[in-house]
Design a protein around this ligand. Structure first.
Ligand SMILES: *Cc1c(COP(=O)(O)O)cnc(C)c1O
Length: 363
């Protein structure tokens, strides 16, 4: 039996995609072998990666002057690749809205001046700071954000005013959850294990003029975006099987009606949960309402033991991975694209029952 999996990542994938992959496991499309056993330079794989790229381009309406790269190394590798490739003046400007942005900021300080322009750490990253008029460095090479903060459940609903500087965004946990205006960014990247596919693939979408040989001299060859772009993501062996699953998820998203339709579905799903949290006497959301994420919904009861009891009983009832990140505690429901609306509705039903059983009677 499949459970309702609220994991923040690796996370739930569409059942239809998993079934298809299972059916093709031993013999992909008459090749007599699994995609795992196939040369990355073979015709069938060439078709897999090219189709995946085209479908992603269709979904996000990626302009022709942007390259799509399928890379390895997780988001953490991009924390280094971004400064190595983009620092010309060795100045990076960061907006610190959570642990992932903070790690990226710290990593960049190995290579140059890494400036925190704004931070929401004063209130445990429960909001997005005002980014309309930041003190951006004159010689900043880029402004960096983590667009959806997986751990804290916040999202930039408005992009920062970068005052003409290149915007770099980590979209790992909101990738393909709604449409994006790619042209507003110089570089978008995301690990796929949150909303798109299995761990091991990172997708980077980068504007062509940023693909140069003018990178920091210490840049490892494998991390140079231009090298990867010139080789069509096949400079070395890519994460072939992961790319194949991503490709299937792109087809699934197209079948769902594309990203406008996903946005509507995701808004409907999140509303079920937020409406409940806003009215519950036992459970409370932890995020400033205007900055709420559609993908990650943290909540607490205010009592650690009650939180632990909830996580335990929910797990036994088939609602799994609801424990909050170890750095914040409480609970977190990640409700990515592949989480059906029914899963969220049933979770809320379960929370209501839990509240009726354990909530304090009204005074
Ligand atoms: C999960 C996550 C990361 C870390 O990803 P790794 O692939 O483990 O390096 C970074 N940024 C965001 C927004 C994430 O959700």
């Amino acid at each position: 039996m499949r459970v309702y999996n609220f994991s923040a990542g690796p996370a739930v994938l569409p059942e239809e995609v998993l079934r298809e992959a299972a059916a093709e496991m031993l013999d992909y499309n008459g090749t007599g072998m699994s995609v795992m056993e196939m040369s990355h330079r073979s015709k069938p794989f060439e078709e897999i990666i090219e189709t995946a790229e085209q479908d992603l381009r269709d979904l996000l309406q990626i302009p022709d002057n942007y390259k799509v790269l399928f890379l390895q190394g997780g988001a953490h590798q991009q924390f280094a690749a971004v400064p190595l490739n983009l620092m010309k003046n060795r100045v990076g400007n960061y907006i610190i809205t959570g642990q992932w942005a903070k790690r990226a900021w710290k990593e960049a300080s190995k290579y140059g001046k890494s400036v925190a322009l704004a931070s929401s750490e004063d209130k445990t990253f429960s909001y997005i700071p005002d980014c309309s008029d930041l003190p951006i460095d004159e010689d900043a090479d880029y402004v960096y954000i983590c667009e959806n903060n997986t751990i804290y459940g916040t999202k930039f609903h408005e992009l920062p005013n970068t005052k003409g500087k290149i915007l770099v965004s980590d979209v790992s946990s909101c990738f393909l959850s709604e449409p994006m205006d790619v042209e507003k960014y110089g570089l978008i990247y995301g690990g796929v294990q949150k909303n798109i596919g299995p761990a091991g693939v990172v997708i980077a979408i980068i504007r062509e003029d940023l693909l140069t040989d003018d990178v920091l001299p210490e840049t490892p060859t494998i991390l140079q975006y231009k090298i990867q772009a010139d080789a069509g993501s096949l400079y070395n062996t890519p994460p072939c099987y992961g790319i194949y699953i991503c490709g299937k998820v792109f087809k699934w998203l197209k079948k769902q009606g594309g990203l406008e339709a996903m946005k509507e579905k995701n808004e409907r799903k999140a509303k079920i949960l937020y409406d409940f949290l806003d009215n519950s006497k036992l459970f409370h959301g932890t995020v400033a309402p205007k900055d709420r994420s559609l993908m990650n919904v943290p909540f607490v009861t205010g009592d650690k033991e009650m939180d632990a009891l909830f996580v335990k009983e929910a797990d036994a009832a088939g609602f799994v991975n609801l424990k909050g990140h170890r750095s914040v505690g409480g609970m977190r429901a990640s409700i990515y694209n592949a989480m059906p609306e029914e899963g969220v509705a049933k979770l809320v039903e379960f929370m209501k029952e839990f509240e009726a059983k354990y909530g304090k009677p009204e005074a």
